[in-house]
Design a protein around this ligand. Structure first.
Ligand code: GLN
Length: 309
């Protein structure tokens, strides 16, 4: 395969946007969170950020959307930076093979979720980050503002409230894990932090930039270190195997990059040592991954040859 050699990613992004415009089946927006149900599957944006912060984009790449589970990458990184390997006593790192909000494995596995990217695992990570920092959602927001260079990033309180009102499933997961002693703080506090986290609004440009530390082997945008090289590798590996839930195998097959999706329609992906990507389109497949988003990433790695394989 030919490696993409031009100095600018713009032509490849323009070509992908043109191809995506012809995509007829784009899935449907998440409707179990009423505030997300109005998303239009025709919307599409994509950005690529290089290691030095140069960003290329196409479509709605500067338009903010609900980041949802993409934030699970950043809370994992912050918790891992805060407490190191002790985190892994509370959450595993195996694909679950079940939907992202499933309860079934938790009882067999004593309240230890399979991985940090399904809801149960993300709830554990947010609980631990809250314990470490006293302000999980605030630490997340500060980190994302710094890495994206966008001080205006904020939570969408209407989305957080919508999730809280329809949050029985997440509440059940949190209470069930608390019954095994795997949640340290009060469950209502954890749910408030988790719903705020999921409600964060950001654009493709913001998220591509904010994911840069994973392509820079743990170095933040200002050159300071968040994660060791080995921890950055670990986060990328868990993204590859678990970041798109029970479609992680198909995502690895098609895209060949560590990636993380959210039900707002965003997907971030990492080319270690080279660049980071974020694509957004609100139409989801049955597993909760953006149809146009995964297709665009598939086209990106196919056209450029940039993949971990
Ligand atoms: N806030 C959503 C939830 O907890 C996040 C899920 C997702 O993006 N996969 O259900």
């Amino acid at each position: 395969m030919t490696t993409y050699t031009t100095t600018s990613f713009q032509p490849v992004l323009d070509r992908i946007a043109e191809e995506i415009a012809g995509l007829t089946d784009r899935g449907a927006p998440a409707d179990y969170i009423p505030a997300l149900a109005a998303g239009d599957p025709a919307d599409f944006g994509m950005a690529v950020a290089e290691l030095d912060g140069t960003v290329y984009g196409v479509g709605d790449w500067r338009r903010p959307f609900s980041t949802q589970s993409v934030t699970k990458v950043f809370t994992l990184a912050l918790a891992l930076a805060g407490e190191g390997d002790a985190l892994w006593a509370h959450v595993g790192r195996e694909p679950s093979g079940d939907p992202f909000n499933s309860l079934v494995q938790l009882e067999y596995e004593n309240g230890i979720p399979r991985n940090p990217f399904i809801n149960a695992g993300a709830l554990v990570v947010t609980d631990r980050l809250h314990r470490l920092t006293g302000d999980a959602s605030g630490s997340l927001l500060n980190f994302l503002r710094a890495e994206s260079g966008n001080p205006e990033l904020a939570f969408d309180t209407a989305v957080a409230a919508s999730e809280a009102t329809h949050g029985d499933r997440n509440a059940a997961l949190a209470h069930f894990m608390a019954s095994y002693g795997n949640i340290t703080g009060p469950v209502p506090d954890l749910l408030r932090e988790y719903f705020r986290q999921c409600s964060l609004e950001a654009s493709c440009a913001d998220l591509a930039l904010a994911t840069g530390f994973l392509a820079r082997h743990g170095l933040r945008a200002d050159g300071t270190r968040l994660l060791t090289r080995s921890q950055a590798k670990q986060v990328n590996a868990v993204m590859l195997t678990c970041g798109t839930y029970d479609a992680a195998g198909d995502f690895a097959y098609r895209v060949g990059l560590p990636g993380k999706s959210g039900v707002g329609g965003a997907v971030v992906a990492v080319v270690p040592g080279r660049c980071t990507l974020c694509v957004w389109s609100p139409g989801l497949d049955s597993r909760g991954n953006s149809v146009a988003g995964v297709t665009a990433l598939d086209r990106f790695t196919t056209i450029t040859g940039l993949s971990v394989f």
